[in-house]
Design a protein around this ligand. Structure first.
Ligand code: GRF
Length: 213
């Protein structure tokens, strides 16, 4: 038996994408990976409740409670990820930009979901509702979501999957956000999580000559 990819999910807020991952794992749509840890960078993140309800270990790691600098914050996350033996890190609505010091440790092992079709409406400052506000302001008729690998450039890593979603007359940032989540994010992220988990599972098996558990 190949041993599954160990997945850590990093969150900041409501955690609907985390929920989509948990549900996909329960359904068996994610079968090559297993969520072993949730890290929230805010103790108020509702995502923590979702982790608890699913029986997944969760940790709150904030800049404030780890020494106050990005360096100490990232070091604390690396420690927690190492302890959990995480092979794949999924950013699911994680609102802190990670530095190269962090990302270079995990080449092609960190993925992120962005609520627009990269290279549109992405990069620094484009997060949450701001993304949808910008799309509406520009007047695009189609937007969507992108799953991509994470490197040191915000929203700049290689694209894994994209899905388009119509912008409808009368849309507000909130209605558009909801449609993008329902029609793209919650479908795309679990699918990408399985594809990448499968690759990592095979890589781990090759490293151990086919026997990795
Ligand atoms: C999602 O739109 C995600 O794409 C973005 O932040 C939002 C997080 O939502 N990066 P949730 O916490 O998964 O509900």
């Amino acid at each position: 038996m190949l041993s599954k990819t160990r997945i850590a999910v990093l969150v900041s807020g409501g955690g609907t994408n985390l929920q989509a991952l948990i549900d996909a794992q329960k359904r068996g749509d994610i079968k090559s990976g297993e969520i072993v840890l949730v890290i929230a960078n805010s103790s108020r993140a509702y995502a923590l409740e979702r982790a608890k309800n699913a029986g997944i270990p969760a940790a709150v790691i904030t800049k404030k409670n780890t020494g106050g600098t990005q360096e100490t914050f990232e070091a604390a996350m690396i420690k927690a990820l190492d302890e959990a033996g995480a092979d794949l890190i999924i950013l699911a609505g994680f609102l802190s930009i990670l530095t190269e010091n962090f990302t270079r440790r995990y080449p092609k092992r960190i993925i992120n979901i962005h609520p627009a079709l990269i290279p549109s409406f992405c990069g620094k400052g484009y997060y949450g509702l701001y993304v949808h506000e910008a799309a509406l302001k520009y007047g695009v008729k189609v937007t969507g979501a992108t799953v991509h690998y994470v490197n040191e450039v915000p929203d700049g890593g290689e694209i894994i999957a994209q899905k388009a979603v119509d912008v409808l007359p009368g849309d507000t940032p909130e209605t558009l956000q909801r449609r993008v989540m329902e029609q793209a994010e919650w479908i795309l992220l679990p699918r990408a999580a399985e594809t990448v988990s499968e690759r990592i599972m095979r890589e781990k098996a090759n490293l151990t000559g086919g026997k990795n558990d």
